[in-house]
Design a protein around this ligand. Sequence first.
Ligand code: SF4
Length: 327
Amino acid sequence: MKNFDYAVAATPADAVRLVAERPGAAFVSGGTDLLNLMRDCAQTHDRLVDLNGLDLGGVALRGDVLRIGGLARMSDVARHPVVRTRFPVVSEALLASASPQIRNMAALGGNLLQRTRCGYFRDPGSACNKKVPGSGCPAITGENRGHAILGGTDQCIAVHPSDLGVSLRAVDAVIRTRGPRGERAIPFGEFQVPPGSTPERETVLEHGELITSIDLPFSALAGKSSYLKLRDRSSFEFAVVSVAAALELRGRTVKDVRLAFGGVATTSWRSTDAEAALRGKVLDAASIGGAADAAVRGAVPREHNGFKVELLRRAVTRALTDLGGVR
Ligand code: SF4
């Protein structure tokens, strides 16, 4: 691991300045991903700015939103009574993530910024466009069982690993930040950047821009929501396929719906096509089947991950069937 300076931020403004003034600096809170990346030389920094003294944890009601601090720990948010009852998909996604020990350490902001689990990215000896732009993507023709079938390009097909991110797409969350140019609010659907030809850039954040909070708007949709995660083992494992679903029903008719997927895409993937296949329809096996088909339309499977197409179709079917109480 490369040597680095360590600084403790006293205020959010102090934290932003300490990172913004040095190109190789980074924020650290739980450090559950960052320190592994630095140890494996997948990411190097010459300064870490410790955020743990900042008052950016906690969960509070703010008018028509629930505001969660960017430094709130995953386990605290997962068991918060308002999150559990009004945003069950968020609580379930957090509880399905990592291990209890990591959930006790990891902050929500850091969870959204965790890097891909692509083995080539994490291997110091491998080429990778995300690590070194222009060096190539060995996953395209190599080991790609865990890679994306949606949103990939010939530059990168890495999956975004955050369960939380998938759940935030289903509840129309907004990310609030403070950076060198002031504060801003970013709808979560605009927060992540698909790989395109610049896979090294994963979010719209500027260098030195800090996630201060995450706003969850209260809605009927968010109140009837769930997270289904399919993985290779039952704990401490990343998703092979996951589905965040939120439903607002009028009788048996779908008034509104959100569907977002993890484990299959380069970002926390919302399928507006699958949602459109349900909106205004009676929720039954036929309409759910239409949504499941729409969910995988346009998928581009690779040599080792073709199974994800059918698995995603079935996961969407099960998530909607269970959430909607379809017999
Ligand atoms: Fe790197 Fe992306 Fe290719 Fe993985 S899929 S090797 S992260 S460029």
